[in-house]
Design a protein around this ligand. Sequence first.
Ligand code: PMP
Length: 424
Amino acid sequence: MDLNELLAQAREHYIAARPEGARLHAEARRVMPGGNTRTVLYHPPFPLRVASGSKQRIVDVDGHEYVDLLGEYTAGLYGHSPEPILDAVRDAMTEGMSMGAHNRYEAQLARLLVDRFPALELVRFTNSGTEANLMAIALARVATGRPAIGVMRGGYHGGVLYFGGAGSSPVNAPFETVVMEFNDVEGARDAIRQNADRLAAVIVEPVLGSGGVILGHEEFLTALREETAANDVLLILDEVMTSRLSPQGAGALFGVVPDLMTVGKYLGGGLSFGAFGGRADLMNRFDPAEPDALPHAGTFNNNVLSMAAGIAGLTKILDDDRLKELNRRGALLRAELEGVMVPHGWSVTGRGSMVGVHPVEGPVNTYADVAAADERVRELLYLDLLERGYYMAPRGFIALSLEITDEDVEGFVRAVADALSSRS
Ligand code: PMP
């Protein structure tokens, strides 16, 4: 059977097992374009619709249970609805939401972040990682008086800051950009030198997340730090995904301290969240007590639910040992997946608890190495794994939560091995 037939058969199977999912999708389509409000969640024939989650497990609207290896694209680090976060959110809600004033949580969460990440001397909150990056870029442009930003091909910093596909998404914010190849040391050095007079900042993810979970080489990230500093260009480290890779974030793993850093995802305890911060001299431009202060607005920037959930996560759930254990488990998963996937022509990428799987021969060092992968092969594995009770992103993205056990990892590796050999 050829690939198209196999895929058609797998889709039919998927549809037949999910009548309620199909019905709800059809209803959603009447009021939302494609029945969707977050593009990444769409996949044919209609996307998985989840009814509930507990710890590391989710149940779809048709009653099928899955081990959740997607971990909400890294935001689900704490697993589904952990008690300390539920308690904190309940307490905060009871005391009052939407107060239109400073509350007692925001500076507490800021203190936790500033103590945790060496790059953050001062920090500000936003509602999403996208907004955090927009604000960091805006600050860099004002502070340097230069318009352009250096970005990586395949880099993702939010829905309006995506540099994969053809290099720039049509809905991107209209910043002038200089596109560089991830992990190309000399290319990036040249691009920074040649564009120094118009570059405000270079923004980079230590691990290209949406672009394929591709690990930044230490020499590449340190070269970016050196070359930006030498040319008076700011370096923004987007750690929205990677801040989980060590207690001090991924920058610390590579010995890179940026001028500005952005975070998000799990640091809001699983609720809407983003933050940007960095050097005090830059961040103090937002001090509203100063006559020429830059504005930074956002009705929900300090919303008590995200603030309280973020605090509970960092003080009642996460500690350095648990984070290290999580990243060790990710490394083990990657090694075991390599054993069963490489013989079938797949590559396994990532670092720590962030893992990518791609239907291409390795090595994978840059976005172009995975961009040409056959999407049909990805989709077939995704559907085959759903059948076996495991959920990951259709594009092969995995982010472990603290609730994932060694048994879950073993079971997943067996399911992948079984799926691939059943199709070969
Ligand atoms: N930066 C990176 C590296 C991300 O992975 C994401 C989200 N996947 C964002 C920024 C945007 O965050 P949000 O979805 O919260 O806007």
